[in-house]
Write a protein that binds this ligand. Sequence first.
Ligand SMILES: [Zn+2]
Ligand SMILES: [Zn+2]
Length: 222
Amino acid sequence: MSFDIKIAFDNKCVKEGFKPGFGFSAIIYNHFTDNYLLFDTGDNIQTLSHNIKHFGINLKEIKKIIISHNHYDHNGALSHLWRENNNITLYIPDALEEYEQHFPNACIHSFKEFTEIEKNIHVSGQLGTSIKEQALLLKSNKNEWIMLVGCTHPGLEAFIIEARKVLPIGAIIGGFHDFRKYSYLEGISFIGACHCTMNVGSIKERFPDQYRRVCVGDTFSF
Ligand SMILES: [Zn+2]
Ligand SMILES: [Zn+2]
């Protein structure tokens, strides 16, 4: 086992006992380091903290937060999380000065390039022009990427191309927005299109065995 991914926030699908909300967030447990990381925060702390607690995880156990892009449905709960636990390292895609003003004394990193942030976990670096965005890439013990994405405003294919320069992709989880270049998904065995994905029906139709419904409250282990 390399990683457990727990879906803490999504607007479309929810399991009993958990709460839906606008946005996306996933908790990652890294078995190589025994660390919890959080990818995005959803838009509000009440829903996020309810779901994290419902997984039986203490907010203080989260060591690192990675923000995909600076939209409210992805970083809206960050200030509150920071108040509850300021022993967190932040990995942000853009607007470093604004974050530094907002989170004084915080340990904040902003990488333009593909960078390993702890054993077997990499940020893609910033892609896109008007909206800068990063993905999170987990290197599994099968030597393939488990890729977490926010809204993929620069186009999901841009992240796929970058990731495949290094390793094949085994799974993608997150928002695909209006992505339609479906041939890029060939060879990916776990297609977890959720959050803002508009063309779920077409993805399901084209990849019936690979498409996976992703809901708040789900845990996926790779
Ligand atoms: Zn967005
Ligand atoms: Zn979004």
